[in-house]
Design a protein around this ligand. Structure first.
Ligand SMILES: NC(=O)c1ccc[n+]([C@@H]2O[C@H](COP(=O)([O-])OP(=O)(O)OC[C@H]3O[C@@H](n4cnc5c(N)ncnc54)[C@H](O)[C@@H]3O)[C@@H](O)[C@H]2O)c1
Ligand SMILES: [Zn+2]
Length: 354
């Protein structure tokens, strides 16, 4: 088992290891001592089928009073109606401030349960048990919680750190390939912006053989960033590499392509543009493209760039008349490059005259 301590305002531990789900009671006891808080497990119907009853039985056997709320899987459940239903469930089960919520599932469950935990009785503790590659390396680290509203994804939320994260890579055995690939795009992103040796590991196709180590490395990279910028006002913005156009493509496709697919294309698009602008060494975009391609991720789109630029203007990360693009100084090192919104299209399409 590997332990990563995250020193945010509210510090917590991330425990990583194959088979760790079975040790959940012991890990929770480590975090909460002799106290046996009531545990409110929140999960979706797919994850519940695989792991829900197993987890609740383990916890009950260890003496924890447990209740469980299951909602339909998928992004379309990540909304305020589901949060409302969770509040009803917490109320019925008498969940108080000394009790603990447990998010068992992917990023949808983690974001939604985390938001309910941040707001129920003005905040109760929550434990993340991520079961997708993406949620292990990304959404369960850093304390961003939230839901979608009709006006856009993740527009309502709160920063609320979990009290413990239990990350068991063996749960990925049941994860469908398309969701696994989504996580790969984010993992390649960490290598591209922060760690060239991690990027090379992906280039060399060694992800599967070193999965647990890769998960731990990605978590540690995100930890480093989040510790320095918990509230997303500086360094953390680098994690948006590939996301400005990734989001635009997702939106344009009306979410028929996944987030990871959008980010994969977005990383290639922005790197081609920053190469042309002389900000990124030539050949970088091609390296990213071949790396993503070998994991079955798309690297180009038929949507016209003008349309995507228009879409990108609505991005939540825009500030005033500038949009902050994340570009690579080289593989393993990123920087923010602000561009006037009325220059975005030319930045994305023109050769540099520098
Ligand atoms: N909070 C953050 O910092 C952050 C960061 C990145 C993404 N996110 C959010 O994460 C969400 C995406 O997360 P995701 O990709 O994990 O999607 P998800 O939670 O929808 O999970 C994908 C699918 O896999 C199923 N599943 C989950 N674990 C499984 C397992 N072990 N075996 C079989 N099936 C399993 C789920 O039921 C679901 O159908 C988005 O809502 C996104 O906004 C948040
Ligand atoms: Zn992302």
């Amino acid at each position: 088992m590997k332990t990563i301590q995250v020193n945010t305002g509210r510090p917590y531990r991330i425990q990583i290891g194959s088979g760790l789900l079975d040790q959940a009671p012991a890990l929770i006891a480590q975090a909460y001592g002799d106290r046996r808080p009531r545990l409110a497990v929140i999960t979706d119907d797919t994850v519940d089928q695989f792991y829900g009853d197993h987890l609740t039985a383990l916890l009950e056997r260890a003496g924890y009073p447990v209740c469980k709320f299951v909602f339909p899987h998928g992004e379309q459940s990540k909304n305020l109606q589901t949060v409302h239903a969770v509040y009803g469930f917490l109320s019925e089960n008498g969940i108080t401030r000394t009790d603990v919520m447990v998010a068992l599932g992917g990023g949808v469950v983690g974001d939604l349960a985390g938001f309910a935990a941040a707001t129920w009785l003005r905040s109760v503790d929550f434990i993340q048990i991520p079961t997708t590659f993406l949620s292990m390396i990304d959404s369960s680290v850093g304390g961003k919680t939230g839901v979608d509203i009709p006006q856009g994804k993740n527009l309502v939320g709160a920063f609320w750190q979990p009290s413990l994260v239990i990350c068991d890579p063996s749960t990925l055995d049941t994860l469908p390939a398309v969701y696994f690939s989504d996580g790969i795009a984010e993992a390649v992103k960490y290598g591209a912006i922060l760690d060239d040796s991690l990027f090379r590991l992906f280039e060399e196709g060694r992800l599967r053989e070193q999965l647990t180590e890769v998960i731990a490395r990605c978590i540690d990279l995100k930890r480093l960033v989040v510790e320095q910028d918990e509230r997303d006002t500086g360094l953390r913005q680098q994690l948006n590499f590939g996301h400005t156009f990734g989001h635009a493509i997702e939106k344009q496709a009306q979410f028929t392509i996944t987030h990871g697919q959008g980010v994969a294309i977005g990383m290639v698009l922005i790197s081609h543009a920053s190469e042309r602008a002389g900000l990124t060494p030539s050949g970088t975009a091609d390296r990213i493209r071949s790396c993503l391609w070998q994991y079955g991720l798309p690297t180009s789109t038929d949507y016209p760039i003008g349309l995507l630029c228009q879409n990108a203007m609505g991005d939540k990360k825009r500030s005033g008349s500038k949009i902050k693009l994340v570009v690579l100084e080289r593989i393993g090192q990123a920087t923010l490059h602000p561009v006037d919104t009325d220059r975005l299209l030319s930045f994305m399409t023109e050769e540099s005259d520098a």
